[in-house]
Write a protein that binds this ligand. Sequence first.
Ligand code: RP5
Length: 171
Amino acid sequence: MSSERPLVGVVMGSTSDVDIMKGCVDLLKELSIPHEVKVISAHRTPARAVEYAKSAAERGIEVIIAGAGWAAHLAGFIAAHTTLPVIGIPIDSSPLNGIDALLSTVQMPPGIPVATVALGKGGAKNAAVLAAQILALKHPSVAAKSEAYRQGLTQETIEEAERWENDPTGA
Ligand code: RP5
């Protein structure tokens, strides 16, 4: 949790999602983006989900990230109650390995979008990066962090590739 006023609201459907959602929160921290984290279920605590979505903009939140598994209605339910951009992370926690969450999150009807990222851990990280890229349009400090993150990723990938290219059989 950041001490500054949060710009990103990170919401997950259950404490059982923490393992996956940690990747998102860690990256928001790395990018120095003020954020808050809430556990709110669209099915088990629907009134809290409505209250959260409706009050987010007036509290200064600019992007909401919502991760949920199974019949994952959290991101869509929140999107229905706010015009803030909502990024949905489908979590692969169900016996269907997340295909249910993926379809529930991505298949929003016309007019109420959820920017759905990849399933599971990769998606959780991408949600943080996408939130940073949205905030970067307005916040120069986030733009700088976002740019530096991308450059770091590119550099790291080149160095890793060169290590293997120079010594393909090395340990
Ligand atoms: C979803 O149901 C949550 O996002 C979680 O991924 C899944 C299972 O929740 P628990 O039964 O583990 O609390 O709403």
